[in-house]
Ligand binder design. Structure first.
Ligand code: NAI
Length: 515
């Protein structure tokens, strides 16, 4: 019997390794033959460790399983899908999963992450095989036509970026994957690297074939040691099976990959700092222009994309641009893995076409807050994303709809807060975060953020409130207009949205009266 126990680091954090070891020991004692597969997570994190067994009805899931539950599970005959209080039935019938549209995450949690055979059996490497039969221009056109926009948050058309690199003449070109997933409440990049690493390898290889780059780097944040190891193993396997190397699948085209580990700086998720760091220098941002597409890694034309952008490409190549662009709304085409975190009952990964509302994600998928108290604020798009109020949740997940309310989708992270949140403290935290993480190159970000913390402290202490609120507004305007990159340029968004939508939290006399 095949038993799946996720090796995903979030599942491991809640005991998946202990469950796997106990399972092995019990099976030995009971002389039952089992094969344990350490799959990725399905992204139903409140049910982890979620153990699945293969039965005549298909896969049956149990969860969340603790080592102490295993004796009872054996007694209940769980290896053939027996009844038990933890039995969840077929994973694909669980509404959280059933109501998703999984293109990028089609395999994650289902296959053995390091099995090329299983990757292929589930449609893997078909996009690459097709790309190898096409001209570079045709690949780039297909990606452009699909409407794919950069999943790091800026939403720049991926095909246009690739076209710039393709058309820039150079001896060497590079493909760089930004897997420095630093946004609060995000984990989709990690899930792919741990649960379906060949998908990233395939996407990056297609980018190489499309632009004439023969070398790629995956820059992984230091907080992801498991993902780093898993990616390294997958690259080795891909090399040994002919998917990477001097002659990709016998095409005569070369492409190879290496991983690099970051050192814990949020700013290294900004593309030019990331490139500096990859070159072995301190992570400080570069002036743009020149764009990395023209002068990037080691001064060469470089496709630098977010992991999720690369991971979207195999399905576009395999099923075609028309298939892909049928998903979505307006100018936001395709699907996005939304990551639901914070004070939420059912946290996890929801891949859905753009256009789903924030409310549907938080209530229909997430089941509301974990505390059971009312939702008060939601931050979308990481620590630099705006806060939204509970009455704004009908907003569709769509780049333009978010921009219209001075908010952003970012990398798809959603953090939910209940009515115990103090929004003045959240605003202060945004400025403090910027002060701590600033690379120091430009003054508005480096000094503005420190002054910002001080001004917010004075507002909270009710010192010259009106004057300091005006001062904060001025400071925010300077940071937005004068910062060299998105760190200083976007920090005002959480600050000003907190003031705009939750003014009562910045008004000490009225807070005191309320208490
Ligand atoms: P940007 O708008 O300057 O650039 C977006 C991308 O398009 C870059 O890769 C840029 O090099 C490229 N580009 C622009 N014009 C081009 C052209 N003509 N040809 C080829 N390539 C071109 O945005 P930036 O500063 O890279 O990112 C800001 C965004 O980052 C924010 O909107 C925010 O959503 C997001 N963000 C994401 C975080 C994460 O952890 N994923 C964290 C913080 C911010």
């Amino acid at each position: 019997v095949r038993v799946y126990v996720p090796g995903d680091s979030s599942a491991v954090a809640v005991g998946a390794n202990r469950v796997a070891h106990a399972l092995e020991r019990l099976a030995r004692e009971k002389k039952v033959e089992i094969e344990i597969v350490r799959n990725g997570s399905r992204g139903l994190y409140w049910l982890e460790p979620m153990v699945e067994v293969t039965t005549s009805e298909g896969r049956i899931a149990y969860g969340p399983v603790a080592p102490g539950d295993l004796a009872g599970l054996f007694e209940a005959g769980f290896l053939s899908g027996g009844q038990h209080a933890l039995r969840l039935g077929r994973p694909e019938d669980i509404p959280f999963l059933k109501n998703q549209e999984r293109l990028m995450f089609a395999r994650c949690g289902i296959t053995d992450p390091l099995s090329v055979e299983e990757y292929r059996a589930h449609g893997g490497f078909r996009g690459l095989a097709k790309a190898l039969r096409m001209q570079p221009q045709e690949i780039v056109s297909e990606v452009t036509e699909s409407g794919l926009r950069g999943r790091g948050g800026a939403g720049f058309p991926t095909g246009i970026k690739w076209k710039t690199v393709l058309e820039t003449k150079a001896e060497r070109k590079y493909i760089v994957c930004n897997a420095d997933e630093g946004d609060s409440g995000t984990f989709a990049d990690r899930m792919i690297m741990e649960g379906d690493p060949f998908l990233l390898i395939e996407g990056m290889t297609i980018a190489g074939i499309a632009t004439g780059a023969t070398k790629g780097f995956i820059y992984i944040r230091s907080e992801y040691p498991d993902a780093f190891r898993q990616m390294g193993r997958a690259i080795e396997i891909a090399r040994n099976t002919g998917y990477l190397g001097p002659n990709v699948l016998g095409s005569g085209k070369a492409f190879d990959l290496e991983t690099r580990l970051g050192a814990g700086a949020y700013i290294c998720g900004e593309e030019t700092s990331l490139l500096e760091s990859l070159e072995g220098k301190r992570g400080v941002i570069r002036f743009k222009p020149p764009l990395p597409a023209i002068k990037g890694l080691f001064g060469q034309p470089t496709v630098i994309n977010n992991l999720l952008s690369f991971a979207s490409v195999p399905v576009i190549m395999d099923d075609g641009a028309n298939f892909y662009k049928n998903y979505g709304t307006g100018r936001s085409r395709g699907t996005q893995p939304f990551q639901l975190a914070g004070n939420v009952k059912q946290g996890g990964l929801i891949e859905k076409a753009f256009g789903v509302t924030l409310k549907e994600l938080i209530y229909d998928f997430g089941g509301g807050t974990l505390s059971g108290r009312p939702v008060r604020a939601v931050q979308v798009g990481g620590p630099l994303g705006a806060y939204l109020r509970a009455d704004q949740l009908d907003i569709p997940m769509d780049y333009e709809a978010f921009a219209a309310v001075k908010a952003m989708l970012g990398h798809g992270g959603i953090v939910v807060f209940d009515d115990t949140v103090d929004m003045a403290q959240q605003a202060r935290f945004a400025m403090e975060f910027c002060a701590v993480e600033s690379c120091g190159k430009c003054t508005p970000c480096r000094i503005g953020s420190t002054r910002g913390v001080e001004v917010i402290d004075r507002i909270i202490a009710d010192q010259d409130r009106a004057k300091n609120l005006r001062l904060l507004d001025d400071l925010c305007e300077t940071m937005v207009d004068g910062s060299l990159c998105a760190l200083g340029g976007l920090t005002p968004f959480p600050v000003q949205s907190a003031i705009r939508y939750f003014p009562e939290d910045f008004d000490k006399p009225s807070r005191k009266a309320a208490e």
